[in-house]
Design a protein around this ligand. Structure first.
Ligand SMILES: [Zn+2]
Length: 1005
């Protein structure tokens, strides 16, 4: 790269200012060009379907006509937003491709497919001139996006900015019941192509608009099916949209952290390939248009302040312009906190662009309805000076008017200030590269000797999918790292240990110490353009318990290293950047294969998820688990390590290579107690009430190649012999209480079918039923209990654990909901209580887990399981003194019972044994495998308030029942593809389902 002379820089700078000034001065009145004919019939329909004149704007109250370009009516049969019309994704694409054929101003790109194989597209719309320069503009934007390529040369950046046009990326209907945006975006594309009004022409000449009209394509088509069913059955209730995408529902907009879903990956790849300055996602749940771009605090702590200023500028311009149109109910701010980076739009915020989101008002279909708002929705607030009407007739056309008008004013504003935003795009990218020199850190290091290289590689691949560059040390190196408080360093150096009590004094400047990392350590350098997303994902979060934001929108923590059970060290010492290293090309993979020789194969159990894939891939190979740690061939093996005595070396080598698993061949099996680890037959049980959270379990199992049958509570109600079909039934959280699981939906009205028919070709693909209403029922409950008694393993989590506890599956356990605790999607430390339990195989003495106010368990050796108070009664003396009855000699106090920890059952007393009706036999008593850490160690990341309520309580309990077991989780081991470090607790239970009592110490009495 050549370095510009100061004189030339000044010249370019002045030139740039002039250009900027010219563009920024453009003030064009919105509204039609009187010389351009309009489509009168279409325009009449717009007026007819708009329920009041003030629900439209001069930008969208007409439709211009062009002799060559078809209007949306050519596909829809009516205008965009017409009542009763919801197009399938394919119809939307068909129209976009008709536009492409009709006009050189449109190009349609395929950007990938969904889980069910449906296409996703991106449609570029701009003047012929801009469209013809897409590639050269992309080359310029790519340089602005990576200032290293121009040696951070400001003058060169200005030249590129002057020559470039911005890309504004709009995404529609990620949330399937929010139905309006596809037709709004069809018509918007048409207007951008055809309209010769100076306002729209200005946009066309200055901005490349990129549109993905349908993000959740699988869910869109199911929603259209359900809506069509509704139209065909007037006067009847219609089936709720139980499945949106193949795996999850609204959580598809929480996947920008874990990138588990194809839609997220496709939008991410499009974002990275096109380098747009904005990613603007369209939603519908607030009247009439909530531009939540600015939102409310706390803002995400890792984004550039330049971005948060841009939010203010763009958001308020939008509100102001729409207010001038006289459209009621347009506002910004609101109470949406902008903390989590999990939203789709946040791909832009964490990659040097601008994230935007509209909530418009939808009717969940295309019916025109009288809508009555709640006071909270229609009352005036400081940020909503022209609130929505308390009551109004509302149509999908109204919605389309709002969406298009707001988008057009945004595009115009963006075009009018394009040089400013392009320069900001460069500055944000440059400041990301400068991170080590400014706020830091310099890098994150993932040590080359991590005990879980497979999970480490998986975490790094997720970062790679975020566009982050990964380097690998070619030799050992030393850097100063934060000293672990109270010790000489070592693991979890970056972990804060303080309890987050609001009164705690600020921690003093942490001391550092030198740490040497081995060759092969991974280094995530922060002097790269996408350093912000890596920093945001790898760092810790702190949400103050007294934060003024009380309406917490989503999770407060997502620290990836902790959730992956992988060590991540934050290094501020810039010396780390001088370590000998090379960029990783291709995906990060852990090394696998067979070392040494012998006919017995040993695999250390390190809780790497690839081990479960291995178990199922080689499902016919006998494998055993060691019940104790052992040494062999000079290596240490953990409890649970696999021992394979008979397998094809060739096949094992191939699979181990592919999965990145180290296999050690030895001559003789170790002399340690062992039991079979089996490829159990798994059923995932779902309700017809909600499938949101269980989708994250299905995707986790599918990604790792763990087969399962997918059954509903209705299937279970009809199957008395579940054990003949399944070894393990997994019941993920439902989000409903135990009675709702039994009862299902109310049986009023008509049946609600969910199945594939001619009318509903996209339903039934995942599961189907003639009537969604019936639940598990009492027969289903009996069948499940029989399954456990017959020797099955029933795994429950959070609310389904409460179901198991409250409906008699788990003698000796009770569960309460917290009163004071606020663990709002945070990360807590969990301690191993019983390392000999197969559930804990491969784990160390502690683990970080995702928790959302999980149930608080008590365990007991008697039926019922109530915790007894160990506190003294009111009386004389200090809290540790005995009371003294007056007027008689003191009585002899019996030896107090041994102190019982909050996760333990109180020991059986002689009084209980006298007539032991309620006493649980020792081999049927609950076995606490992991517990919540002590108060002062409990907090890892996010918001924790009132943690003493759950501190030290059981977190994961194995409850024997008859010949089988129930495994209760208070934490959630499978959450949004982010908690890969806790998956193996479930896999351990599955593979050891018939040997869960291994290593168990029974009470003597
Ligand atoms: Zn939404």
């Amino acid at each position: 790269m050549t370095h510009s002379s100061p004189v030339r820089s000044l010249f370019l700078y002045l030139l740039c200012l002039t250009t900027l000034a010219n563009v920024a001065n453009a003030q064009i009145k919105p509204g039609r060009d009187p010389n351009q004919p309009i489509d009168q019939e279409y325009t009449n329909k717009i007026r007819e379907y708009t329920t009041a004149p003030y629900f439209n704007s001069p930008l969208t109250d007409y439709l211009p006509v062009s002799p060559d370009v078809p209007t949306p009516k050519s596909v829809l049969g009516d205008v965009a937003g017409a009542p009763g019309k919801l197009p399938y994704a394919e119809d939307v694409y068909k129209y976009m491709r008709m536009l492409e054929r009709a006009s050189p101003r449109v190009k349609v790109f395929s950007i990938g497919t969904t889980e069910e194989g449906r296409e996703m597209i991106a449609v570029a719309v701009a003047s012929e001139q801009l469209i013809s320069k897409i590639e050269e503009n992309r080359a310029r934007l790519t340089k602005l996006a990576d200032p290293r390529t121009i040696n951070m040369d400001e003058a060169e950046a200005d030249r590129l900015v002057a020559a470039s046009f911005p890309v504004y990326y709009i995404t529609g209907t990620i949330h399937s019941p929010e139905t309006g945006s596809p037709t709004a975006l069809m018509e918007l594309a048409y207007r951008l192509v055809v309209d010769n009004s100076p306002y729209v022409k200005f946009i066309r000449d200055n901005v490349l608009t990129l549109i993905t009209p349908v993000v959740e394509v699988d869910g869109r088509n199911r929603m259209v099916d359900v809506y069509n069913w509704h139209l065909a059955h007037p006067g009847q209730n219609w089936p709720p949209l139980i499945y949106w995408g193949h795996y999850v529902a609204h959580d598809n907009n929480r996947d920008a952290i874990g990138l588990s879903l194809k839609l997220t990956r496709n939008v991410m790849n499009t974002y990275i390939a096109w380098k747009p300055q904005v990613l603007h996602d369209l939603h519908e749940s607030v009247p009439y248009l909530y531009d939540n771009t600015i939102g409310d605090g706390p803002y995400n702590a890792w984004v550039d302040p330049i971005l948060t200023d841009e939010w203010q500028m763009i958001g308020w311009n939008n509100v102001s312009e729409m207010t001038k149109f006289g459209m009621p109910g347009v506002f910004a701010h609101g109470n949406f906190d902008t903390w989590s980076p999990g939203y789709l739009m946040f791909i832009a915020a964490t990659h040097n662009g601008i994230s935007r989101l509209y909530e418009t008002f939808g009717n969940g279909g295309a019916d025109t309805l009288e809508r009555t708002l709640s006071p909270g929705e229609y009352q005036r607030t400081w940020y909503r000076q022209n609130p929505p009407l308390p009551k109004a007739k509302w149509s999908q056309r109204n919605n389309n008017n709002y969406e298009q008008s707001a988008l057009l004013t945004s595009l115009y504003y963006f075009g009018n200030n394009s040089k400013l935003f392009l320069k900001n795009f460069y500055l944000k990218s440059k400041r990301s590269v400068d991170k080590p020199k400014n706020e830091g850190p310099a890098a994150y290091v993932l040590p080359g000797d991590d005990p879980r290289p497979g999970n480490q590689a998986e975490l790094l691949r997720t970062l790679q999918a975020q566009g982050v560059e990964i380097s690998r040390a070619t030799a050992p190196f030393t850097a100063a790292v934060r000293k672990k408080p109270g010790s000489g360093g070592g693991k979890n150096t970056a972990r804060p240990s303080a309890s987050p009590s609001p009164g705690a004094s600020p921690t003093p400047e942490p001391k550092t110490e030198d740490r040497t990392f081995p060759a092969g350590s991974y280094i995530v350098r922060m002097d790269q353009p996408y350093s912000r997303i890596a920093d945001a994902l790898l760092d810790y979060q702190y949400w103050a318990p007294n934060d003024p934001q009380t309406d917490i929108y989503d999770d407060t923590a997502w620290t990836m290293g902790e959730l992956a059970n992988v060590e991540v060290v934050r290094v501020t010492d810039t010396k780390v950047l001088q370590a000998p290293m090379e960029r990783v090309t291709g995906d990060v993979r852990s090394a696998g294969g067979i070392s040494s020789n012998g006919s017995v194969y040993l695999i250390n159990h390190n809780a790497d998820n690839a081990l479960v894939t291995l178990r199922y891939r080689l499902k016919d190979v006998d494998m055993e688990a060691a019940e104790e740690p052992f040494e062999s061939a000079g290596r240490k093996f953990n409890r649970g390590s696999f021992i394979i005595r008979k397998a094809s070396a060739e096949e094992l080598r191939r699979v181990a290579n592919e999965l990145g698993i180290q296999v050690y061949a030895v001559a003789d099996a170790p002399s340690v107690k062992m039991h079979p680890v089996r490829a159990a037959r798994i059923a995932m049980m779902h309700t017809w009430l909600g499938t949101q959270d269980e989708g994250w379990y299905r995707i986790g199992l599918d990604q790792l190649g763990v087969p399962f049958a997918y059954i509903s509570t209705q299937d279970v109600s009809r199957e008395p012999n579940l054990k003949s079909k399944y070894d393990v039934i997994l019941f993920a959280p439902v989000g409903r209480n135990a009675l709702a699981i039994i009862n299902g939906m109310p049986m009023y009205g008509n049946p609600l079918p969910w199945k594939k028919t001619e009318l509903t070709p996209n339903l039934g693909r995942i599961d189907e039923t003639d009537d969604m209403r019936p639940g598990l029922g009492w027969s289903g409950l009996q069948n499940l209990q029989k399954f456990v008694k017959d020797g099955g393993l029933f795994i429950t989590v959070d609310d389904t654990s409460e179901f198991a506890v409250n409906y008699g599956f788990t003698q000796g356990v009770s569960a309460n909901r917290s009163q004071r605790l606020r663990a709002i999607g945070d990360i807590l430390r969990i301690k191993t209580v019983d390392p000999a339990s197969p559930v804990a195989y491969g784990y160390g003495d502690s683990l970080a887990m995702y928790c959302f106010n999980g149930p608080i368990y008590n365990v007991n050796n008697g039926v019922g399981g109530r915790q007894r108070s160990q506190q003294r009664a009111t009386g004389r003396g200090t809290p540790d003194d005995p009371d003294v009855p007056q007027g008689r000699p003191p009585a002899e106090i019996p030896e107090p019972p041994p102190r019982v920890e909050p996760w333990e059952a109180p020991p059986v007393t002689e009084e209980q044994r006298r007539n032991a009706i309620g006493l649980i036999p020792p081999n049927q008593r609950p076995r606490v495998v992991l517990r919540y850490a002590d108060s002062r160690d409990l907090f890892v990341s996010g918001l924790l308030d009132g943690g003493d309520e759950i501190a030290q309580r059981p977190a994961i309990v194995d409850v024997p029942s008859g010949n089988g077991h129930v495994l209760l989780f208070s934490t959630n081991p499978f959450w949004r593809g982010q908690t890969k470090g806790s998956y193996f607790l479930v896999f351990n239970a599955i593979m050891n389902w018939d040997n869960l009592n291994a290593g168990r110490k029974l009470d003597e009495k």
